[in-house]
Design a protein around this ligand. Structure first.
Ligand code: IPM
Ligand code: MG
Length: 354
């Protein structure tokens, strides 16, 4: 048996995880993977029930699981809670608590959607890149002060801090990922300004000696942001720190056509964690219009990385491809002349194509 903890969370998280579980059950029946699902709460929903965005029981269940499938957290009604009760706190607690150091965000261009891209078709067509983002360190977790008063002036700070072992394990994940793909690694930093980036770059160059088959280059983050928009095809694997990866992965999702289609995997020490990169979209929650494909494709990554079930993963990816090629579109990617479908229809159509 393979135990999968499902955390729907808030907003559209509930609908899109339900879709992905349906797809996983169908694939399990075909490939005999022995999947077993258990639901747990996190985020605002958990706060409402238990007074905590991340109940200890949820974290413990995740630690013991073969993998975690996560929807999204957040919503207006919880925006004014103290920082440590807010829904996002659940995400950070899970990232830290499960040691989810390596966030993989693949960006693939769907030929069927290329006309809907805000970028020129000839520019994005054929792009296929993977962002490897460090997820449990850097400025997200470094020492910080909320507002403090110094000499009568209010100020606040956050600290970008990385140790050599922290850099080594994420950079290794970058090199190993590149080795399985087109063998090109771009490390993104701001070494012309930041000490932490200069250390980062040194570690990349040291480790490159162990990967003579992988071509390495370095880009400053400002230039990387521009290069993603002007020539995304130059990239295979990008490895970078927590905040640069956060920013660049939203930018890169535009290349793929819609954030609703973007999956992610967070590789951890205790277990690994799979979630769409879109948020909880409370404005469209419960209306059967959310695009479940990002979560369904995250479920495919779960099969690939946690269960080593590559064929099953590819079957899901092919079914999503086919659904788009057949002209079905959820509201976020809808264009005139196509067949408009809701969350449930999308799920059925994908299941039928497995
Ligand atoms: C992401 C999100 C989160 C992050 C937010 C919700 C805290 O933007 O997963 O990219 O910044 O890491
Ligand atoms: Mg983000």
């Amino acid at each position: 048996m393979k135990k999968i903890i499902v955390i729907p969370g808030d907003g559209i998280g509930k609908e899109v995880t339900a879709s992905a579980v349906e797809v996983l059950k169908k694939i399990d029946a075909k490939f005999n993977l022995g999947l077993e699902f258990e639901e747990r709460d996190a985020g605002g929903t958990a706060y409402d029930k238990f007074g905590e965005p991340l109940p200890a029981e949820t974290l413990d269940a995740c630690k013991a699981a073969d993998a975690v499938l996560f929807g999204a957290v957040g919503g207006k009604q919880w925006d004014n809670l103290p920082v440590d009760k807010r829904p996002e706190k659940a995400l950070f607690g899970l990232r830290k608590g499960l040691g989810l150091y390596g966030n993989l965000r693949p960006v693939k261009v769907y030929d069927a959607l290329i006309d809907g891209s805000p970028l020129k078709p000839e520019l994005v067509s054929g792009s296929d890149l993977l962002i490897v983002r460090e997820l449990v360190g850097g400025i997200y977790f470094g020492p910080r002060r909320e507002a403090e008063i110094v000499d009568g002036v209010e100020r606040a700070y956050d600290t970008e801090i990385y140790s050599v072992p922290e850099i080594e394990r994420i950079v290794k994940l970058g090199f190993d990922s590149a080795r399985k793909r087109r063998k090109k690694l771009t490390s993104v930093d701001k070494a012309n300004v930041l000490a932490s980036s200069r250390l980062w770059r040194r570690v990349v160059n040291d480790m490159a000696k162990n990967y003579p088959d992988v071509e390495v280059n370095h880009l400053y983050v400002d230039n990387a942001a521009m290069q993603l928009a002007v020539n995304p095809k130059q990239f295979d694997v990008i490895v970078t720190g927590n905040m640069f990866g956060d920013i660049l992965s939203d930018e890169a999702s535009v290349i793929g056509g819609s954030i609703g289609l973007m999956p992610s995997a967070s590789i951890g020490e205790l277990t690994s964690f799979y979630e769409p990169i879109h948020g909880s979209a409370p404005d469209i929650a419960g209306k059967n219009i959310a695009n479940p494909m990002g979560t369904i494709l995250s479920a495919a990554m779960l099969l690939r990385y946690s269960l080593n079930a590559e064929n099953a993963a590819q079957a899901i990816e092919a079914a999503v491809d086919k659904t788009l090629a057949d002209g079905y579109r959820t509201a976020d990617i809808y264009q005139d002349g196509f067949k408009k479908i809701g969350t449930k229809e999308a799920t059925e159509i994908i299941c039928a194509r497995l």
